[in-house]
Design a protein around this ligand. Sequence first.
Ligand SMILES: [Zn+2]
Length: 265
Amino acid sequence: MGRGELAGLSGGRDRGRVRLTSFDPTMDLPSPPGRGRGLVSALLLASFLAGCVPAGRKPPRRAAPPPRSAPGRSGAPPSAPLAKAYEPRVLNQCYADLRAQGASFQALPDKVTGGGCSTLSTVKLVRIGIPTANLGAMRCQLAERFVEWTDEALQKAAAAWLDSPIAKIESFGTYACRQINNAAGNRLSEHGSANAVDIAGFVLDNGRRITVKADWNGPDENARNFLRAVHKAACRRFSVVLGPDANALHHDHFHFDMGRGPYCR
Ligand SMILES: [Zn+2]
């Protein structure tokens, strides 16, 4: 987890955990693995995180069950944004890091969009090492990790497992203001703060298309290994990484976010 994310999001730090200031009991997510309730908590997190399908995509027919308690279920979602803007020093450092990575980007103005959603301290990635379709506003630290993942992990994995480099990344998007599973009373998705990105597949130089949906459990062992390699590489860079093994809602994409973690499945 990045320095800036901690500084930007937290109202205090507890041994590396981020605590959000606008909290509700449905957001009481797991302790880090190895601290007691690891497994149960991790499973709970997976169900909370299940609904990261961006706006505009229909949620699967069978959604994960709602959280055990949902105060506010009958009420409106909080109007205060879930996320906070980074401190200026942190944001400027993030911009500098993006430039050092060779990324071309546009800094976006802060917006509070209601319902707890916002795009604060976000950028629009204009040009990075691998063209990526459908990226919108991203929290700067998320963008930085994303560029790092594309630069350092993707072509390496392609060279190891595929017979062609990656020409294009296909994304399902970044910002979407909604609650997890699109269910009233659920916690807001990290997508509601532009703090998450969904990756659906890759197009290779030779024209071949590899998708999470078709190839994660597909017949081609090399494609399966490639997808597992880039998933694993994502787990070293993002706070939360979810794929088809996490739950059915992620059968067709990887979800990466910079919320509370670490969680990798
Ligand atoms: Zn997602």
